[in-house]
Design a protein around this ligand. Structure first.
Ligand SMILES: NC(=O)c1ccc[n+]([C@@H]2O[C@H](COP(=O)([O-])OP(=O)(O)OC[C@H]3O[C@@H](n4cnc5c(N)ncnc54)[C@H](OP(=O)(O)O)[C@@H]3O)[C@@H](O)[C@H]2O)c1
Length: 248
């Protein structure tokens, strides 16, 4: 059993996607509790302005393999690695499938994880933690979410598989399924988002779950449990409840 150091001041948390939404709220949560936080986003000035108390600002595009490698060279040690950066673009017309959109979402949300893991995971010692932010959209398929849902379903498998293989390295892996959270990502949505939480509420749940070394977090439970229940039904019945415009 690896000895844990529970002094927050001795712990470093690296958060991708820390310039907005859930990642920014996580930065605030960890900084307020005395952790050393490394924040990542694409623009250094934005990171400096929004996350002034971070110990390091790392500006890079997760899709730029060389930039990811250069950023990782600037980090010595990470106790908690939170891969949260992501995007959401919808496939508005399935028949005239937008392959570029699909690629963009899969690249950012899933393929980029490869370079992030390759370069940042070696900095996480035994006793450390890895958290991957997926989505409750993977519990049941949603209309127009072909790209987003597929990317996050890949993240689910990645996290669950990594958990098996990193156990022998004494690194815990946490898969996170947020429901609807009010952030710039969802501000673009023009449909009803039941049980919407604030980014601060999401960050508090993620913080507490990671602290307890949970392997799976899903919230708000009134949404995720409902989705899990609907996922037991035949898809046609589930669609009539959740995807009213669907023909299946
Ligand atoms: N909001 C929700 O309801 C919800 C629900 C389930 C899951 N999630 C997941 O939660 C995570 C955070 O989402 P959010 O709602 O907080 O979104 P957000 O407010 O739009 O923030 C997205 C973050 O990801 C970063 N990012 C996006 N593309 C990037 C790229 N190519 N390279 C580097 N950084 C990039 C952004 O940095 P820049 O400043 O560089 O743009 C930003 O910091 C995402 O993985 C999302 O899929 C969100």
């Amino acid at each position: 059993m690896t000895k844990q150091n529970d002094n927050p001041r001795a712990k470093t948390v690296l958060i991708t996607g820390a310039s907005s939404g859930i990642g920014l709220a996580l930065y605030k949560q960890y900084v307020d509790l005395g952790y050393q936080v490394v924040t990542c986003g694409r623009d250094k000035e934005t990171l400096a302005r929004l996350t002034p108390l971070a110990t390091q600002w790392l500006a890079f595009d997760v899709n730029d393999i060389n930039a990811v490698a250069n950023a990782a060279e600037q980090v010595v040690h990470i106790d908690i690695l939170i891969l949260n950066a992501g995007t959401c673009l919808y496939i508005d017309n399935a028949k005239q499938f937008d392959g570029n959109r699909f690629r963009e979402v899969i690249n950012t949300n899933l393929l980029a994880m490869g370079a992030l893991l390759e370069n940042f995971l070696p900095k996480v010692p035994a006793g450390g933690q890895l958290a991957l932010v997926s989505s409750s959209a993977t519990i049941f398929p949603f209309s127009r979410a072909e790209a987003y849902g597929a990317s996050k379903a890949g993240v689910d498998y990645l996290a669950n598989s990594l958990r098996i293989d990193l156990a022998k390295e004494h690194i815990d892996v946490c898969l996170i399924h947020p429901g609807f959270i009010k952030t710039p990502l969802t501000d673009k949505n023009n449909f009803a988002m039941p049980f919407l939480l604030t980014a601060e509420q999401a960050a508090e749940r993620i913080f507490q779950g990671i602290k307890r070394r949970k392997h799976y977090l899903h919230f708000p439970k009134r949404l995720t449990l409902l989705l899990k229940l609907i996922a037991f039904l035949p898809q046609s019945l589930g669609n009539s409840l959740l995807n009213k415009d669907s023909n299946t």
